[in-house]
Design a protein around this ligand. Structure first.
Ligand SMILES: NC(=O)c1ccc[n+]([C@@H]2O[C@H](COP(=O)([O-])OP(=O)(O)OC[C@H]3O[C@@H](n4cnc5c(N)ncnc54)[C@H](O)[C@@H]3O)[C@@H](O)[C@H]2O)c1
Ligand SMILES: O=P(O)(O)OC[C@H](O)CO
Length: 340
């Protein structure tokens, strides 16, 4: 086995980022038997979690397990960690990691929960992690799937994928977060799993926009299906396995995110579709809707590889080029007719 044995009790995990998903996944790890330290940026949030056993800001009403502690001290959170989980907004990962890298335990597994592509570099999160920390490919993994935080925090059954080129490391992570309500599968296709997670946020924005304009299920199903087609085209061009996109990190996450009112991306799109400006929608939420920024990096990535991504292009035009949603629909529906 190439990585440390993370299975069963005794695993120490540090979760960096105490937002919706970081806090929920910290609970999953604790429920699976790990000892978990959750790092929050703001002292008042860490103190409130420690005092009340609840992250009332992001997950009101969810009782956090006793094996989970919260701190603002990154060194304390990372001390002796076998697994380091990264759960901050994608565009802030690099800056955060520059600060945390000197504190990382030498052989810790670095697990990304993030679903985005870095602006400017078009790097996936695992690529940013490797570049900043210098970690080898066997140490870096990503978790992705239909995982709306609130539902998982409420222990509603869900499955996910842990992707790592090192199958032993993926299996160890799988054991570290397996609970009666959370079922992780392993996959060695890191590129496909990460891209599935990042692009589905963009497609969910498109579905939200359609919903906000008053369109129904046919429109959403068409966007999901054509969105999956463009995600797969892009993924295959980057070396991903086509089968990954039919799995939990592809179709699974796409369906959940494009259909759920809990999705921040879909909700953000819905407000745009109702006619609010980008700035007006941004003012309504503090939480991360990754697709709003990542749509531009996904489009850059697609253009660099000569891949046609019309749904993504339409989302970029509405979000960042002031194109009215109705004009976007006209443009997308008047594209050249072609075989499926
Ligand atoms: N919420 C979900 O249901 C869910 C599920 C799966 C994956 N994800 C992914 O997980 C990642 C984190 O999402 P989340 O839902 O926890 O986000 P969130 O907005 O709820 O929380 C983000 C956390 O990052 C911290 N942070 C650190 N540096 C920051 C900075 N520079 N700017 C802003 N916040 C900063 C915030 O304080 C906050 O605790 C995203 O990539 C998201 O796509 C989220
Ligand atoms: O709320 P969203 O849109 O960021 O989506 C959350 C998860 O990624 C769903 O799997």
């Amino acid at each position: 086995m190439s990585g440390p044995d993370l299975s069963g009790r005794g695993t120490r995990a540090a979760v960096l980022g105490a937002g919706s998903w970081g806090t929920t996944f910290a609970k999953v790890l604790a429920d699976a038997g790990c000892t978990v330290s959750l790092h929050a940026r703001r002292p008042e949030l860490a103190e409130a979690i420690a005092e009340s056993g609840e992250n009332a800001e992001y997950l009101p009403g969810v009782a956090l397990p006793g094996a989970l502690t919260a701190t603002t001290d990154a060194a304390e959170a990372l001390d002796g960690a076998d697994v380091v989980v990264l759960a901050v907004p994608s565009q802030s990962l690099r800056a955060n990691l520059l600060e945390w890298t000197p504190l990382l335990p030498a052989d810790a597994t670095l697990l990304s929960l993030m679903k985005g592509v870095e602006l400017g570099t078009t790097m996936r999160m695992s690529e940013v992690i490797r570049e900043v920390t210098g970690a080898g490919p066997d140490r870096v993994a990503a978790l992705s799937g239909p995982n709306l935080a609130r539902e998982i925090a409420e222990e509603q059954p869900a499955a996910t994928v842990i992707a790592c080129p090192d199958a032993d490391r993926a299996a160890a992570l799988q054991a570290a977060c397996l609970t009666p309500y959370f079922r992780p599968y392993t996959n060695q296709d890191l590129v496909g799993c990460e891209l599935g997670g990042a692009v589905k946020n963009v497609i969910a924005l498109a579905c939200g926009i359609a919903e906000g304009m008053g369109f129904g299920d046919n429109t959403r199903a068409s966007l999901i299906t054509r969105g999956l087609a463009e995600t797969t085209r892009l993924g295959v061009a980057l070396g991903a396995e086509p089968a990954t996109f039919a799995g939990l990190a592809g179709l699974g996450d796409l369906v959940a995110t494009c259909s759920s009112p809990l999705s921040r991306n879909r909700t953000f799109g819905e407000k745009l579709g109702r006619g609010l400006s980008l700035e007006e929608v941004q003012a309504t939420t503090r939480q991360t809707a990754e697709g709003v920024k990542s749509c531009r990096s996904v489009l850059d990535l697609a253009r660099a590889h000569g891949v046609d991504v019309p749904v993504t292009e339409a989302v970029v035009r509405v979000c960042h080029e002031d194109v009215p949603a109705a004009q976007m629909v006209k443009e997308i529906m008047s594209r050249e007719a072609k075989p499926e």
